[in-house]
Design a binder for this molecule. Sequence first.
Ligand SMILES: Nc1ncnc2c1ncn2[C@@H]1O[C@H](COP(=O)(O)OP(=O)(O)OP(=O)(O)O)[C@@H](O)[C@H]1O
Ligand SMILES: [Mg+2]
Length: 505
Amino acid sequence: MWRAWEMHNFGRVAVSLECREVFVDGVPQHIGTRAFEILELLISAAGELVTKDQIMRVVWPKTIVVENNIQVHISTLRKLLGGKRGWIRTEAGRGYRLAPPADGPAHATQGDPDPAAAPVPVRASAAQRTWPLIGREREAAELRGLVERELLVTLVGPGGVGKSHLALEVATALACSRGVQACHVDLACVSGHGALVAMLLGALRGAKEPGAGDMGDVLREIGASEAVLVFDNGERCVDALAAVCETIAASNTGASMIVTSREPLRVACERIYRVGPLAVPDALAGGSDIEASSAVRMFVARARAMGTEFPADPKTLQAIANVCRRLDGLPLALELAAARAASLGVKGLVADLERSLLSLSGGLRTAPARHRTLRASIEWSYALLDEAERIVLRRLAAFPGIFTLEAACALATCEQLSRDAVLDCVVNLASKSLLVVHSAGLSKCYSLLESVRAYALEKLEEAGEHVQFGERYAARAEIDKPVRLVPRAVSIAAATPVPASAAYV
Ligand SMILES: Nc1ncnc2c1ncn2[C@@H]1O[C@H](COP(=O)(O)OP(=O)(O)OP(=O)(O)O)[C@@H](O)[C@H]1O
Ligand SMILES: [Mg+2]
Protein backbone atom coordinates (compact mmCIF):
# COMPACT_ATOMS: atom_id res chain seq x y z
CA MET A 1 0.00 0.00 0.00
CA TRP A 2 1.09 3.60 -0.46
CA ARG A 3 3.16 4.74 2.44
CA ALA A 4 1.92 8.13 3.63
CA TRP A 5 4.43 10.88 4.27
CA GLU A 6 3.03 13.80 6.20
CA MET A 7 1.42 15.89 3.52
CA HIS A 8 0.07 19.40 3.95
CA ASN A 9 -2.84 19.83 1.59
CA PHE A 10 -4.12 23.08 0.10
CA GLY A 11 -6.86 22.13 -2.31
CA ARG A 12 -5.15 20.60 -5.33
CA VAL A 13 -1.72 21.30 -3.89
CA ALA A 14 0.08 18.94 -1.51
CA VAL A 15 3.40 19.71 0.18
CA SER A 16 5.84 17.35 1.89
CA LEU A 17 8.24 19.25 4.12
CA GLU A 18 10.31 16.13 4.79
CA CYS A 19 10.95 15.52 1.12
CA ARG A 20 10.81 19.18 0.16
CA GLU A 21 8.38 18.41 -2.64
CA VAL A 22 5.27 20.13 -3.92
CA PHE A 23 2.56 18.34 -5.91
CA VAL A 24 -0.37 19.65 -7.92
CA ASP A 25 -2.98 16.95 -8.52
CA GLY A 26 -0.30 14.44 -7.52
CA VAL A 27 2.16 15.67 -10.14
CA PRO A 28 5.45 16.94 -8.68
CA GLN A 29 6.34 20.59 -9.33
CA HIS A 30 9.68 22.29 -9.07
CA ILE A 31 9.82 25.52 -7.12
CA GLY A 32 13.11 27.18 -6.19
CA THR A 33 14.84 26.63 -2.85
CA ARG A 34 14.05 30.12 -1.53
CA ALA A 35 10.39 29.90 -2.44
CA PHE A 36 10.23 26.52 -0.74
CA GLU A 37 11.85 27.91 2.41
CA ILE A 38 9.25 30.68 2.56
CA LEU A 39 6.50 28.11 2.06
CA GLU A 40 7.98 26.02 4.86
CA LEU A 41 7.91 29.04 7.17
CA LEU A 42 4.29 29.75 6.29
CA ILE A 43 3.23 26.14 6.83
CA SER A 44 5.10 25.88 10.14
CA ALA A 45 3.38 29.06 11.33
CA ALA A 46 0.04 27.22 10.94
CA GLY A 47 -1.97 30.29 9.89
CA GLU A 48 -0.15 32.79 12.11
CA LEU A 49 1.51 35.86 10.61
CA VAL A 50 5.05 35.42 9.24
CA THR A 51 6.73 38.81 9.16
CA LYS A 52 9.06 40.00 6.42
CA ASP A 53 11.84 40.22 9.01
CA GLN A 54 11.36 36.57 9.90
CA ILE A 55 11.53 35.61 6.24
CA MET A 56 14.72 37.62 5.72
CA ARG A 57 16.33 36.12 8.84
CA VAL A 58 15.56 32.54 7.89
CA VAL A 59 15.84 32.59 4.11
CA TRP A 60 18.71 35.04 3.66
CA PRO A 61 20.57 34.77 6.99
CA LYS A 62 23.89 36.11 5.70
CA THR A 63 22.79 38.53 3.02
CA ILE A 64 21.01 41.84 2.98
CA VAL A 65 18.26 41.62 0.38
CA VAL A 66 15.76 44.08 -0.96
CA GLU A 67 12.10 43.44 -0.15
CA ASN A 68 11.46 42.88 -3.81
CA ASN A 69 13.15 39.51 -3.50
CA ILE A 70 10.52 38.32 -1.06
CA GLN A 71 7.75 39.51 -3.35
CA VAL A 72 9.14 37.58 -6.31
CA HIS A 73 9.01 34.32 -4.36
CA ILE A 74 5.66 35.12 -2.77
CA SER A 75 4.28 35.71 -6.23
CA THR A 76 5.48 32.22 -7.32
CA LEU A 77 3.85 30.70 -4.26
CA ARG A 78 0.66 32.67 -4.76
CA LYS A 79 0.28 31.36 -8.31
CA LEU A 80 0.77 27.84 -7.01
CA LEU A 81 -1.70 28.20 -4.16
CA GLY A 82 -4.77 29.46 -5.97
CA GLY A 83 -3.84 32.98 -7.15
CA LYS A 84 -5.10 36.24 -5.65
CA ARG A 85 -8.04 34.64 -3.93
CA GLY A 86 -6.02 31.61 -2.88
CA TRP A 87 -4.26 30.57 0.30
CA ILE A 88 -1.67 33.32 0.74
CA ARG A 89 -2.91 36.42 2.61
CA THR A 90 -0.88 39.61 2.66
CA GLU A 91 -0.98 41.81 5.75
CA ALA A 92 0.07 45.14 4.27
CA GLY A 93 3.51 46.28 5.46
CA ARG A 94 3.80 43.37 7.91
CA GLY A 95 4.03 40.00 6.21
CA TYR A 96 2.08 36.95 5.08
CA ARG A 97 0.09 34.06 6.42
CA LEU A 98 -1.76 31.05 5.08
CA ALA A 99 -5.55 30.94 5.29
CA PRO A 100 -8.19 29.02 3.33
CA PRO A 101 -9.72 30.88 0.40
CA ALA A 102 -12.98 32.62 1.33
CA ASP A 103 -15.01 30.33 -0.94
CA GLY A 104 -12.77 27.30 -0.39
CA PRO A 105 -12.47 24.54 2.20
CA ALA A 106 -12.41 25.44 5.87
CA HIS A 107 -8.81 24.57 6.66
CA ALA A 108 -5.59 23.09 5.40
CA THR A 109 -5.37 19.48 6.31
CA GLN A 110 -2.39 17.54 7.48
CA GLY A 111 -2.18 13.97 6.32
CA ASP A 112 -5.75 13.63 5.05
CA PRO A 113 -6.54 15.04 1.65
CA ASP A 114 -8.88 17.97 1.38
CA PRO A 115 -12.30 16.36 0.83
CA ALA A 116 -13.30 18.97 -1.72
CA ALA A 117 -10.36 18.00 -3.88
CA ALA A 118 -10.21 14.31 -2.99
CA PRO A 119 -10.18 11.96 -5.94
CA VAL A 120 -12.87 9.39 -6.56
CA PRO A 121 -11.94 6.36 -4.45
CA VAL A 122 -10.20 3.61 -6.37
CA ARG A 123 -9.28 0.05 -5.65
CA ALA A 124 -5.56 0.27 -6.31
CA SER A 125 -4.39 -3.22 -5.66
CA ALA A 126 -1.14 -3.55 -3.75
CA ALA A 127 0.56 -0.66 -5.48
CA GLN A 128 3.83 -0.05 -3.64
CA ARG A 129 4.63 3.62 -3.33
CA THR A 130 7.32 4.27 -0.83
CA TRP A 131 8.20 7.85 -1.56
CA PRO A 132 7.08 10.92 -3.52
CA LEU A 133 8.32 11.04 -7.09
CA ILE A 134 11.06 13.65 -7.40
CA GLY A 135 12.32 15.44 -10.49
CA ARG A 136 10.09 13.69 -13.02
CA GLU A 137 7.63 16.50 -13.74
CA ARG A 138 8.15 16.37 -17.50
CA GLU A 139 8.17 12.58 -17.72
CA ALA A 140 5.01 12.22 -15.61
CA ALA A 141 3.14 14.67 -17.85
CA GLU A 142 4.41 13.05 -21.07
CA LEU A 143 3.63 9.56 -19.87
CA ARG A 144 0.14 10.49 -18.77
CA GLY A 145 -0.55 11.96 -22.22
CA LEU A 146 0.74 8.80 -23.88
CA VAL A 147 -1.26 6.44 -21.69
CA GLU A 148 -4.41 8.44 -22.37
CA ARG A 149 -3.88 7.98 -26.13
CA GLU A 150 -2.33 4.52 -26.42
CA LEU A 151 -3.50 1.05 -25.41
CA LEU A 152 -0.13 -0.17 -24.22
CA VAL A 153 2.86 1.89 -23.11
CA THR A 154 6.09 0.18 -22.05
CA LEU A 155 8.52 2.06 -19.84
CA VAL A 156 11.95 0.77 -20.78
CA GLY A 157 15.17 1.56 -18.95
CA PRO A 158 17.98 0.13 -16.84
CA GLY A 159 17.47 -1.36 -13.40
CA GLY A 160 16.79 1.15 -10.65
CA VAL A 161 16.18 4.05 -13.04
CA GLY A 162 12.68 4.62 -11.64
CA LYS A 163 10.37 2.88 -14.14
CA SER A 164 8.07 1.33 -11.54
CA HIS A 165 7.87 4.45 -9.42
CA LEU A 166 6.96 6.63 -12.40
CA ALA A 167 4.49 4.08 -13.80
CA LEU A 168 2.67 3.69 -10.47
CA GLU A 169 2.49 7.41 -9.91
CA VAL A 170 0.97 8.06 -13.32
CA ALA A 171 -1.33 5.01 -13.19
CA THR A 172 -2.77 6.02 -9.84
CA ALA A 173 -3.32 9.63 -10.89
CA LEU A 174 -5.02 8.48 -14.10
CA ALA A 175 -7.18 5.90 -12.35
CA CYS A 176 -8.23 8.51 -9.78
CA SER A 177 -9.25 10.95 -12.48
CA ARG A 178 -11.21 8.24 -14.33
CA GLY A 179 -12.70 6.96 -11.10
CA VAL A 180 -11.63 3.43 -11.96
CA GLN A 181 -9.46 0.70 -10.64
CA ALA A 182 -5.65 0.83 -10.88
CA CYS A 183 -4.31 -2.68 -10.87
CA HIS A 184 -0.67 -3.48 -10.08
CA VAL A 185 0.63 -6.85 -11.24
CA ASP A 186 4.17 -7.53 -10.03
CA LEU A 187 5.81 -10.05 -12.34
CA ALA A 188 9.15 -10.21 -10.52
CA CYS A 189 8.52 -13.81 -9.46
CA VAL A 190 6.28 -14.92 -12.32
CA SER A 191 7.30 -17.15 -15.19
CA GLY A 192 5.01 -18.54 -17.86
CA HIS A 193 1.62 -17.66 -19.27
CA GLY A 194 -0.50 -19.55 -16.70
CA ALA A 195 1.18 -17.94 -13.69
CA LEU A 196 0.84 -14.51 -15.28
CA VAL A 197 -2.89 -14.94 -15.96
CA ALA A 198 -3.44 -16.18 -12.38
CA MET A 199 -1.54 -13.20 -10.99
CA LEU A 200 -3.55 -10.79 -13.13
CA LEU A 201 -6.86 -12.35 -12.11
CA GLY A 202 -5.91 -12.09 -8.44
CA ALA A 203 -5.03 -8.42 -8.86
CA LEU A 204 -8.24 -7.66 -10.79
CA ARG A 205 -10.30 -9.28 -8.03
CA GLY A 206 -8.46 -7.28 -5.38
CA ALA A 207 -7.06 -10.49 -3.84
CA LYS A 208 -3.54 -10.99 -2.55
CA GLU A 209 -3.40 -14.53 -3.95
CA PRO A 210 -3.34 -15.52 -7.64
CA GLY A 211 -6.84 -16.24 -9.01
CA ALA A 212 -8.19 -19.26 -10.87
CA GLY A 213 -9.33 -18.83 -14.48
CA ASP A 214 -8.17 -18.15 -18.03
CA MET A 215 -7.88 -15.20 -20.40
CA GLY A 216 -11.64 -15.28 -20.96
CA ASP A 217 -12.09 -14.61 -17.24
CA VAL A 218 -9.52 -11.82 -17.39
CA LEU A 219 -11.44 -10.10 -20.19
CA ARG A 220 -14.74 -10.53 -18.30
CA GLU A 221 -13.18 -9.07 -15.11
CA ILE A 222 -11.91 -6.05 -17.02
CA GLY A 223 -15.26 -5.75 -18.80
CA ALA A 224 -15.92 -2.38 -20.36
CA SER A 225 -14.07 -0.61 -17.56
CA GLU A 226 -11.32 1.88 -18.27
CA ALA A 227 -9.12 0.20 -15.69
CA VAL A 228 -5.43 1.05 -15.63
CA LEU A 229 -3.30 -2.10 -15.55
CA VAL A 230 0.35 -1.88 -14.51
CA PHE A 231 2.48 -4.90 -15.40
CA ASP A 232 5.67 -4.41 -13.42
CA ASN A 233 9.06 -6.07 -14.12
CA GLY A 234 7.95 -7.37 -17.50
CA GLU A 235 11.48 -8.48 -18.47
CA ARG A 236 10.98 -11.61 -16.37
CA CYS A 237 8.37 -13.02 -18.74
CA VAL A 238 8.37 -10.96 -21.94
CA ASP A 239 6.90 -13.68 -24.17
CA ALA A 240 3.93 -14.46 -21.95
CA LEU A 241 3.33 -10.80 -21.23
CA ALA A 242 3.44 -9.91 -24.92
CA ALA A 243 0.71 -12.49 -25.61
CA VAL A 244 -1.49 -11.34 -22.70
CA CYS A 245 -1.17 -7.67 -23.65
CA GLU A 246 -2.01 -8.39 -27.29
CA THR A 247 -5.15 -10.29 -26.26
CA ILE A 248 -6.32 -7.49 -23.98
CA ALA A 249 -5.57 -4.87 -26.64
CA ALA A 250 -7.52 -6.83 -29.26
CA SER A 251 -10.57 -7.23 -27.03
CA ASN A 252 -11.53 -3.53 -26.93
CA THR A 253 -12.03 -3.57 -23.18
CA GLY A 254 -11.11 0.09 -22.81
CA ALA A 255 -8.38 -0.74 -20.32
CA SER A 256 -5.05 1.09 -20.45
CA MET A 257 -1.91 -0.96 -20.00
CA ILE A 258 1.40 0.27 -18.63
CA VAL A 259 4.33 -2.14 -18.62
CA THR A 260 7.68 -1.57 -16.93
CA SER A 261 10.52 -3.62 -18.30
CA ARG A 262 14.26 -3.51 -18.88
CA GLU A 263 13.49 -4.52 -22.50
CA PRO A 264 10.58 -3.87 -24.90
CA LEU A 265 7.83 -6.47 -25.43
CA ARG A 266 7.96 -5.99 -29.20
CA VAL A 267 4.24 -6.27 -29.95
CA ALA A 268 2.38 -4.27 -32.57
CA CYS A 269 0.26 -2.20 -30.18
CA GLU A 270 3.20 -1.23 -27.98
CA ARG A 271 4.39 2.34 -27.60
CA ILE A 272 7.81 2.56 -25.94
CA TYR A 273 8.65 5.27 -23.44
CA ARG A 274 12.31 5.32 -22.49
CA VAL A 275 13.22 6.26 -18.95
CA GLY A 276 16.71 7.64 -18.45
CA PRO A 277 18.46 8.62 -15.20
CA LEU A 278 17.71 11.88 -13.39
CA ALA A 279 19.51 14.96 -14.68
CA VAL A 280 22.85 15.60 -12.96
CA PRO A 281 24.50 19.04 -12.67
CA ASP A 282 27.17 19.61 -15.29
CA ALA A 283 30.77 19.96 -14.25
CA LEU A 284 30.74 23.78 -14.30
CA ALA A 285 27.39 24.21 -12.48
CA GLY A 286 27.31 26.45 -9.42
CA GLY A 287 25.05 26.78 -6.33
CA SER A 288 21.48 27.19 -7.54
CA ASP A 289 21.98 25.09 -10.69
CA ILE A 290 23.30 22.25 -8.57
CA GLU A 291 20.37 22.55 -6.16
CA ALA A 292 17.86 22.58 -9.01
CA SER A 293 19.12 19.41 -10.69
CA SER A 294 16.79 16.45 -10.27
CA ALA A 295 19.44 14.02 -9.07
CA VAL A 296 20.62 16.42 -6.37
CA ARG A 297 17.04 17.12 -5.29
CA MET A 298 16.37 13.42 -4.92
CA PHE A 299 19.62 12.71 -3.09
CA VAL A 300 19.10 15.59 -0.66
CA ALA A 301 15.42 14.72 -0.08
CA ARG A 302 16.32 11.12 0.72
CA ALA A 303 19.17 12.09 3.00
CA ARG A 304 16.98 14.66 4.75
CA ALA A 305 14.25 12.12 5.37
CA MET A 306 16.89 9.95 7.05
CA GLY A 307 17.77 12.81 9.36
CA THR A 308 20.84 14.08 7.49
CA GLU A 309 21.12 17.82 6.93
CA PHE A 310 23.88 19.19 4.74
CA PRO A 311 25.43 22.62 5.28
CA ALA A 312 24.53 24.80 2.28
CA ASP A 313 28.15 25.80 1.55
CA PRO A 314 29.65 25.63 -1.96
CA LYS A 315 32.10 22.86 -1.03
CA THR A 316 29.35 20.54 0.21
CA LEU A 317 27.20 21.31 -2.83
CA GLN A 318 30.08 20.48 -5.17
CA ALA A 319 30.70 17.23 -3.29
CA ILE A 320 27.01 16.29 -3.64
CA ALA A 321 27.10 17.19 -7.34
CA ASN A 322 30.14 14.92 -7.77
CA VAL A 323 28.36 12.05 -6.03
CA CYS A 324 25.32 12.44 -8.30
CA ARG A 325 27.50 12.50 -11.42
CA ARG A 326 29.50 9.50 -10.24
CA LEU A 327 26.23 7.60 -9.80
CA ASP A 328 25.01 8.67 -13.26
CA GLY A 329 21.85 10.13 -11.69
CA LEU A 330 20.46 6.61 -11.21
CA PRO A 331 17.69 6.87 -8.56
CA LEU A 332 18.40 3.50 -6.94
CA ALA A 333 22.08 4.42 -6.57
CA LEU A 334 21.16 7.87 -5.20
CA GLU A 335 18.82 6.26 -2.70
CA LEU A 336 21.52 3.86 -1.48
CA ALA A 337 24.10 6.65 -1.41
CA ALA A 338 21.78 8.88 0.66
CA ALA A 339 21.45 6.07 3.19
CA ARG A 340 25.21 5.78 3.34
CA ALA A 341 25.67 9.53 3.71
CA ALA A 342 23.51 9.32 6.82
CA SER A 343 26.19 7.27 8.56
CA LEU A 344 29.38 8.36 6.77
CA GLY A 345 28.71 11.98 5.81
CA VAL A 346 29.33 13.21 2.26
CA LYS A 347 33.12 13.00 2.58
CA GLY A 348 32.95 9.43 3.86
CA LEU A 349 30.50 8.57 1.09
CA VAL A 350 32.86 9.88 -1.60
CA ALA A 351 35.68 7.75 -0.20
CA ASP A 352 33.35 4.75 -0.01
CA LEU A 353 32.32 5.14 -3.65
CA GLU A 354 35.99 5.12 -4.63
CA ARG A 355 36.34 1.76 -2.88
CA SER A 356 33.33 0.10 -4.45
CA LEU A 357 30.34 1.37 -6.29
CA LEU A 358 28.70 -2.01 -6.54
CA SER A 359 28.42 -2.84 -2.86
CA LEU A 360 26.62 0.40 -2.00
CA SER A 361 23.76 -0.82 0.19
CA GLY A 362 21.46 0.16 3.04
CA GLY A 363 18.28 1.30 1.30
CA LEU A 364 14.76 0.47 2.44
CA ARG A 365 14.43 -2.68 4.54
CA THR A 366 11.33 -3.59 2.55
CA ALA A 367 13.00 -3.14 -0.86
CA PRO A 368 13.09 -6.19 -3.15
CA ALA A 369 16.37 -8.15 -2.99
CA ARG A 370 17.50 -6.76 -6.37
CA HIS A 371 17.37 -3.24 -4.91
CA ARG A 372 19.54 -3.97 -1.85
CA THR A 373 22.80 -3.26 -3.73
CA LEU A 374 23.74 -2.00 -7.18
CA ARG A 375 25.43 -5.33 -7.82
CA ALA A 376 22.15 -7.17 -7.20
CA SER A 377 20.32 -4.81 -9.55
CA ILE A 378 22.76 -5.46 -12.40
CA GLU A 379 22.88 -9.19 -11.65
CA TRP A 380 19.11 -9.28 -12.24
CA SER A 381 19.69 -8.22 -15.86
CA TYR A 382 22.87 -10.28 -16.25
CA ALA A 383 21.01 -13.44 -15.26
CA LEU A 384 18.66 -12.95 -18.22
CA LEU A 385 21.52 -12.78 -20.80
CA ASP A 386 22.70 -15.69 -22.91
CA GLU A 387 26.35 -16.72 -22.83
CA ALA A 388 27.42 -14.74 -25.92
CA GLU A 389 25.79 -11.55 -24.57
CA ARG A 390 27.64 -12.03 -21.27
CA ILE A 391 30.98 -12.39 -23.03
CA VAL A 392 30.43 -9.29 -25.14
CA LEU A 393 29.20 -7.21 -22.17
CA ARG A 394 32.30 -7.97 -20.11
CA ARG A 395 34.60 -7.20 -23.05
CA LEU A 396 32.88 -3.88 -23.72
CA ALA A 397 33.91 -2.83 -20.21
CA ALA A 398 37.36 -2.25 -21.68
CA PHE A 399 35.95 0.98 -23.18
CA PRO A 400 36.17 3.74 -20.56
CA GLY A 401 33.83 6.01 -22.51
CA ILE A 402 31.68 6.14 -25.64
CA PHE A 403 32.42 3.67 -28.44
CA THR A 404 31.12 2.95 -31.93
CA LEU A 405 29.55 -0.28 -33.12
CA GLU A 406 32.54 -0.78 -35.35
CA ALA A 407 34.95 -0.46 -32.43
CA ALA A 408 32.82 -2.81 -30.32
CA CYS A 409 32.87 -5.47 -33.04
CA ALA A 410 36.59 -5.09 -33.61
CA LEU A 411 37.29 -5.39 -29.90
CA ALA A 412 35.00 -8.26 -28.91
CA THR A 413 35.23 -10.53 -31.98
CA CYS A 414 37.23 -13.71 -31.44
CA GLU A 415 37.47 -17.24 -32.80
CA GLN A 416 34.29 -18.31 -31.03
CA LEU A 417 32.34 -15.11 -31.73
CA SER A 418 32.07 -13.83 -35.28
CA ARG A 419 31.68 -10.15 -36.06
CA ASP A 420 27.98 -10.70 -36.84
CA ALA A 421 27.43 -12.51 -33.57
CA VAL A 422 29.07 -9.61 -31.67
CA LEU A 423 26.91 -7.14 -33.57
CA ASP A 424 23.74 -9.03 -32.55
CA CYS A 425 24.91 -9.06 -28.95
CA VAL A 426 25.55 -5.30 -28.94
CA VAL A 427 22.05 -4.70 -30.31
CA ASN A 428 20.53 -7.04 -27.70
CA LEU A 429 22.49 -5.51 -24.83
CA ALA A 430 21.28 -2.06 -25.86
CA SER A 431 17.71 -3.35 -26.12
CA LYS A 432 18.02 -4.85 -22.62
CA SER A 433 19.12 -1.45 -21.24
CA LEU A 434 22.65 -2.61 -20.42
CA LEU A 435 24.16 -0.13 -22.87
CA VAL A 436 23.44 3.57 -23.12
CA VAL A 437 22.80 4.61 -26.72
CA HIS A 438 23.95 8.01 -28.01
CA SER A 439 22.94 9.55 -31.30
CA ALA A 440 25.86 10.71 -33.40
CA GLY A 441 24.39 12.17 -36.58
CA LEU A 442 22.83 9.30 -38.48
CA SER A 443 24.64 6.64 -36.51
CA LYS A 444 24.65 5.51 -32.91
CA CYS A 445 27.37 5.21 -30.30
CA TYR A 446 27.30 3.32 -27.04
CA SER A 447 28.59 3.47 -23.48
CA LEU A 448 28.12 1.68 -20.19
CA LEU A 449 26.75 3.27 -17.02
CA GLU A 450 29.54 3.43 -14.44
CA SER A 451 27.91 0.82 -12.24
CA VAL A 452 27.36 -1.57 -15.17
CA ARG A 453 30.95 -1.06 -16.26
CA ALA A 454 32.25 -1.76 -12.75
CA TYR A 455 30.24 -5.01 -12.74
CA ALA A 456 31.39 -5.99 -16.24
CA LEU A 457 35.02 -5.27 -15.31
CA GLU A 458 34.70 -7.70 -12.41
CA LYS A 459 33.40 -10.33 -14.83
CA LEU A 460 36.25 -9.58 -17.26
CA GLU A 461 38.75 -10.13 -14.50
CA GLU A 462 37.03 -13.31 -13.33
CA ALA A 463 37.25 -14.63 -16.90
CA GLY A 464 40.99 -13.85 -16.96
CA GLU A 465 40.52 -11.53 -19.96
CA HIS A 466 41.34 -8.28 -18.19
CA VAL A 467 44.88 -7.80 -19.52
CA GLN A 468 44.14 -9.10 -23.01
CA PHE A 469 41.18 -6.79 -23.63
CA GLY A 470 42.84 -3.86 -21.89
CA GLU A 471 45.62 -4.20 -24.47
CA ARG A 472 43.19 -4.63 -27.35
CA TYR A 473 41.43 -1.47 -26.30
CA ALA A 474 44.74 0.42 -26.07
CA ALA A 475 45.62 -0.66 -29.59
CA ARG A 476 42.20 0.42 -30.98
CA ALA A 477 42.08 3.70 -29.03
CA GLU A 478 44.69 5.10 -31.41
CA ILE A 479 42.42 4.76 -34.46
CA ASP A 480 38.91 5.34 -33.03
CA LYS A 481 38.67 9.04 -33.84
CA PRO A 482 34.95 9.71 -33.22
CA VAL A 483 35.12 8.35 -29.68
CA ARG A 484 36.37 10.63 -26.93
CA LEU A 485 38.55 8.47 -24.77
CA VAL A 486 40.17 9.17 -21.46
CA PRO A 487 43.88 8.28 -21.21
CA ARG A 488 44.26 4.98 -19.45
CA ALA A 489 45.66 5.31 -15.95
CA VAL A 490 46.38 1.76 -14.86
CA SER A 491 45.35 -1.14 -17.05
CA ILE A 492 41.78 0.04 -17.65
CA ALA A 493 40.78 3.65 -17.13
CA ALA A 494 37.86 5.31 -15.33
CA ALA A 495 34.78 6.05 -17.43
CA THR A 496 34.20 9.36 -19.19
CA PRO A 497 30.92 11.08 -18.26
CA VAL A 498 27.91 10.22 -20.37
CA PRO A 499 26.27 13.25 -22.03
CA ALA A 500 22.71 14.12 -20.99
CA SER A 501 21.48 13.39 -24.53
CA ALA A 502 22.08 9.69 -23.99
CA ALA A 503 19.14 7.40 -24.62
CA TYR A 504 18.33 3.80 -23.91
CA VAL A 505 17.14 1.39 -26.53
N1 LIG B 1 12.01 10.17 -9.29
C1 LIG B 1 12.15 9.53 -8.14
N2 LIG B 1 11.94 10.14 -6.96
C2 LIG B 1 12.09 9.48 -5.80
N3 LIG B 1 12.44 8.19 -5.71
C3 LIG B 1 12.65 7.52 -6.85
C4 LIG B 1 12.51 8.14 -8.12
N4 LIG B 1 12.77 7.23 -9.08
C5 LIG B 1 13.05 6.09 -8.43
N5 LIG B 1 13.00 6.25 -7.11
C6 LIG B 1 13.28 5.23 -6.11
O1 LIG B 1 14.43 4.50 -6.57
C7 LIG B 1 14.25 3.12 -6.37
C8 LIG B 1 14.31 2.39 -7.72
O2 LIG B 1 13.19 2.83 -8.51
P1 LIG B 1 12.24 1.79 -9.28
O3 LIG B 1 11.93 0.63 -8.42
O4 LIG B 1 11.10 2.57 -9.82
O5 LIG B 1 13.26 1.37 -10.43
P2 LIG B 1 12.99 0.42 -11.65
O6 LIG B 1 13.50 1.13 -12.85
O7 LIG B 1 11.58 -0.02 -11.68
O8 LIG B 1 13.97 -0.79 -11.30
P3 LIG B 1 13.83 -2.34 -11.71
O9 LIG B 1 14.22 -2.43 -13.16
O10 LIG B 1 14.82 -3.02 -10.82
O11 LIG B 1 12.44 -2.78 -11.45
C9 LIG B 1 12.91 2.95 -5.67
O12 LIG B 1 13.11 2.89 -4.28
C10 LIG B 1 12.17 4.21 -6.04
O13 LIG B 1 11.20 4.56 -5.07
MG1 LIG C 1 10.66 -1.85 -11.38
